[in-house]
Design a protein around this ligand. Structure first.
Ligand code: FES
Length: 304
């Protein structure tokens, strides 16, 4: 028998926010879904979000899961935690915070909290039209555990966020190493490398060597977008939030190129010849992209 906290048992016997969010015609509201796991592998979670488009706030969150006691309790906890948050705030919710909300989970069940965090990320990325990175296109890390399809970057992230110190813990959190076991030595190496990085000295502003704590600094900042994700999000914001306004005014804009933080666009129709096209760029496009994608973006018009 697992040693569950009272909160886990409460949310298992009386789960909050179970089920789907019904389709709605409400103006200014969009639904999004994120799905993780598969029924064939035992655990699966589908998370539904209702988002207020203008404010990016999560108005409602519900779940469907095919998992065990801790999967139901983790999913239920997650839905309670994210209601009222903006999407950016929700992206910072870690699996550790889900487990903490429950007063803790048995270590062998921590993968349920990880599944909740990943379903949340999948739902938000779906909402934003960002392709979710998989081990196939994740240039930050190669596939480490072929039995469970777990990449190096995922193992590094979970080790850092939960301050894990051995391969058995990694298996409890993301299942890697729990099959044939041939990847366990590689997992040990990744843990050692994370530990070395977290204590490696670096130079401060005065050129003096100081110890850094990567675990803490990475925990506090959300994962940056990859280039592919950034371009996809810029295109989506242009298509859904900028072009309709410009088209209504007799103009249009086309994404030409993205070079680092420089977004090059082609202004068309009335926008291209309009004397206020600089203001159009700054107000309608740059400010919008800074707000929705990254505050560092600079928009430049290129000649057709
Ligand atoms: S490769 Fe990781 S358990 Fe088999």
């Amino acid at each position: 028998m697992w040693d569950y906290t009272d909160k886990v048992l409460e949310l298992f016997y009386d789960p909050k926010n179970q089920g789907e969010i019904p389709k709605t015609d409400e103006p200014g509201v969009k639904l999004a879904t994120g799905e993780i796991g598969s029924i064939a592998c035992g655990d699966a979670l589908r998370l539904h979000l209702k988002v207020e488009v203008e404010s990016d706030k999560i108005l409602d969150a519900r779940f469907q899961t095919f998992g065990c006691t801790s999967a139901i309790a983790s999913s239920s906890a997650l839905t309670e935690m994210v209601k009222g948050l903006t999407l950016d705030e929700a992206l910072k919710v870690s699996n550790k915070e889900i487990a903490d909300y429950l007063g803790g989970l048995p270590e062998a069940k921590m993968h349920c909290s990880v599944m909740g965090q990943e379903a949340l990320e999948a739902a938000i990325y779906n909402y934003r039209g960002i392709p979710l990175a998989t081990h196939d296109d994740d240039d930050e890390g190669a596939l480490v555990c072929s039995c469970f399809g777990i990449s190096e970057s995922k193992i590094r992230r979970i080790v850092i966020e939960n301050q894990l110190t051995d391969a058995e813990q990694v298996t409890n959190y993301v299942k890697a190493g729990g099959g044939c076991g041939s990847c366990l030595a590689n997992i040990d190496d990744i843990i050692k490398s994370v530990q070395q990085e977290s204590t490696a000295p670096t130079l401060n502003n005065y050129g003096v060597k100081v110890a850094t704590n990567i675990a803490i600094s990475q925990q506090q900042s959300p994962r940056p977008l990859t280039n592919v994700q950034k371009i996809a999000l810029i295109q989506k914001v242009l298509d859904e939030e900028v072009r309709p306004v410009l088209i209504a005014d007799g103009g249009d804009v086309e994404l030409y190129d993205v070079d680092g933080d420089h977004v090059k666009v082609l202004l068309q129709g009335a926008c291209g010849s309009c004397s206020s096209s600089t203001a159009t760029l700054k107000i309608a496009i740059e400010a919008r992209l800074q707000e929705r994608v990254s505050k560092n973006l600079i928009v430049e018009a290129v000649e057709p």
